[in-house]
Design a protein around this ligand. Structure first.
Ligand code: FES
Length: 261
C-alpha cells in the first residue's frame, strides 16, 4: 500500500543561488520533513499558471523535522526551472510528497557516495542522515561536475564528516576526468557499499565498476516525471529481469544490478 502523500501549497521560506545556475529553495513543509527519507523526492509546480503544464520532480536535499522545512536544489535548465527561479520567499508553490523509495542502510561501515551534476542533493541528505546514526560510518564522497563553479554541496558533505574528493571535466578542480575514474581504487577490498545519483551514463559506469567487484550498490535514478505517482508511465526504465519499472513508484532508488543498461 502506498504511504500517505501530502499535497498542498507550500510557502517558500528562502530561495538562494548557491552556484552559477544552481538554486536552493527552502519550503515550509512540516509533514514532508517529518516523514521523508534520503533518496525520496517531491513534485513541485508553480501556482497560478499552466505554463509549463507539468510539475517537476526534485530530490530532497535536506529535511529538518524540527524546523518543519525541506530544501530542494535545482539547476536552471528549462522552462519549468526558469519559472521556478523567479519565485521569491513568501510566495507559494504546489508541492506533493514525499515520493518514492529511499536508500537502504549500508552493509558494513564503509560507504562510497558518487554524485554527478544535480545528482548530488540526495547524497548530501544521505550523508547528513548517516552522520546522525549511532553506528559511525566511514563515508567518502566522490563528486563530479563540468567545472569547479558547478561543484555543489561539498560543505554540507564535509559537515557530515564525509571525506570529499572531486573531479571536473575541464580539470579546474580535483581529478581531470570522470568522477567514476576515482571509484575503482576504493572498492578493491570489496568492503564498501556504494550509493550514486547523477546522469544515466555515470550510473551505468558506477554499476559496471561495482558489479565487477561484487560491491552492493544503490542508485537513485532520474527520469522525466509527469505525475510522480505511477499513473502516466512516463518514467519507466528497463529491468535486467525483463519488463520495466516506474522510477517514481518502484524507485527512484534501485539496486544497480536490477537495471538493464
Ligand atoms: Fe508518471 Fe512515473 S511519473 S508514472
Amino acid at each position: 500500500m502506498r504511504d500517505h502523500i501530502d499535497i498542498f501549497a507550500a510557502e517558500i521560506l528562502d530561495h538562494q543561488e548557491v552556484a552559477p545556475e544552481h538554486f536552493v529553495m527552502t519550503l515550509d513543509a512540516p509533514s514532508i520533513a517529518e516523514r521523508s527519507r534520503p533518496g525520496q523526492f517531491v513534485m513541485v509546480r508553480s501556482l497560478g499558471t499552466w505554463d509549463p503544464l507539468l510539475p517537476r520532480a526534485f530530490s530532497i536535499y535536506h529535511a529538518d523535522a524540527e524546523a518543519g522545512c525541506i530544501q530542494i536544489m535545482y539547476r536552471e535548465v528549462g522552462r519549468g526551472t526558469q519559472r521556478l527561479r523567479l519565485h521569491e520567499p513568501g510566495q507559494r508553490v504546489h508541492l506533493w510528497g514525499p515520493l518514492g523509495t529511499h536508500f537502504p542502510l549500508p552493509e558494513g561501515e564503509r560507504v562510497v557516495l558518487v554524485g554527478g551534476g544535480v545528482g548530488v542533493p540526495p547524497l548530501v541528505y544521505w550523508a547528513t542522515y548517516m552522520a546522525q546514526l549511532t553506528v559511525p560510518m566511514d563515508v567518502i564522497a566522490l563528486i563530479g561536475a563540468a567545472k569547479q563553479e558547478f561543484l555543489v554541496g561539498l560543505e554540507h558533505l564535509r559537515r557530515a564528516r564525509a571525506e570529499v574528493r572531486v573531479a571536473t571535466d575541464d580539470g579546474s578542480a580535483g581529478h581531470h576526468g570522470y568522477v567514476t575514474e576515482l571509484l575503482p581504487e576504493l572498492l578493491e577490498d570489496g568492503r564498501a557499499s556504494v550509493y550514486a545519483c547523477g546522469p544515466m551514463g555515470m550510473l551505468a559506469a558506477v554499476s559496471r565498476i561495482a558489479e565487477a567487484r561484487e560491491v552492493p550498490t544503490w542508485l537513485a535514478l532520474e527520469a522525466p516525471m509527469a505525475c510522480g505517482m505511477g499513473a502516466c508511465l512516463g518514467c519507466t526504465v528497463p529491468l535486467r529481469a525483463g519488463g520495466f519499472a516506474r522510477v517514481c513508484t518502484e524507485g527512484p532508488v534501485f539496486p544497480a544490478a536490477s537495471i538493464a543498461w
